[in-house]
Design a protein around this ligand. Sequence first.
Ligand SMILES: *Cc1c(COP(=O)(O)O)cnc(C)c1O
Length: 365
Amino acid sequence: MNAFIPPAKPIIGAEEREAVDRVLLSGMIAQGAEVASFEQEFSEHFVPGRPSVAVNSGTAGLHLGLLAAGVGPGDEVIVPSFTFAATANSVALTGATPVFADIEPRTFCLDPDAVAAAITSKTKGVMPVHLYGHPAPMKELVALAQERGIDVYEDAAQAHGASLDGHPVGSFGAFAMFSLYPTKNMTSGEGGMIVGADEDIARRARLLRNQGMERQYENEIVGFNARMTDIHAAIGRVQLTKVDAWTRTRQMNADFLDKNLRGVATPPVAQGANHVYHQYTVRVPEDRDGFVAALKDEHNVGAGVYYPIPNHRLPSLRRYAPGLELPVTEQAAAEVVSLPVHPSLSQGDLDRIVHAVNTVAGAGA
Ligand SMILES: *Cc1c(COP(=O)(O)O)cnc(C)c1O
């Protein structure tokens, strides 16, 4: 059989290895000049005019961002249930209550009407996820938030470079978080970037990252050690110079799949949205798990299911949502399959993915 096509593949080149070596040889490896440069370059690249704060994971970025935004016990934050558990986990870790709202069936992102219905007197904010790299409906969500007096926070873990009507994700909320985990659109090894709406929230995030200190041993607040190392920042700086080309390749791969796949529902893109295809996610309404197994067993094509269990059904989070029904979320969790779309795919790989999907989907019909 042909070689396995993995669902994701981080690309690490000679430049990243040289950058790591340079930092190691310098002897200065903890948070320092590389992190400061990475933060500045990240802002310039993705969200010009907004300050970035690097941390040691995307999850830490969400947690610290929410704390910096003043979220805490007694507050509610509305989140999708159809996402990685880090979204709701970070809300729960602040002591606030995650409130799950349903999604739009086409883009898999939060449904503004469902969010409106979930707002209570305790709602502090709403945290849309730009899931799979598709921007959430920010125009409607920001308008709703303004009208109802709540904040917006963006989980942009999967959406480096995505935009809506020309506005980049990360420019809509009080803060946004971008993950730098290896399978994301760019990586620093592990890491996350908080992008703040203003210097105030960025400063609070910086304090929380480093024991509440701006000046050494003059701790102002109780904080964490969530610092990024200069080693990781050096990797991230190199990746920043490559991510746009990778995104264009992801978009070309997605275009090829859109045009050639048969028998599955390909992912629609909302008007004005620039989708960066962290995942290329189709729907398979009948026997999704059999479909994924056949791709793997018969064609050696790795497909992923993100996410099979909605957050409000997880043992860890269901206590926040007793008896809650989210029909669009449940259906998505039962039907989605993410096909490889990453920039390391060759034309031969893409042809094999199309052949595999069309054969398996045709056989099931
Ligand atoms: C990856 C991810 C996170 C968490 O990022 P880490 O860097 O893995 O901690 C949060 N939210 C979403 C939607 C993600 O995909």
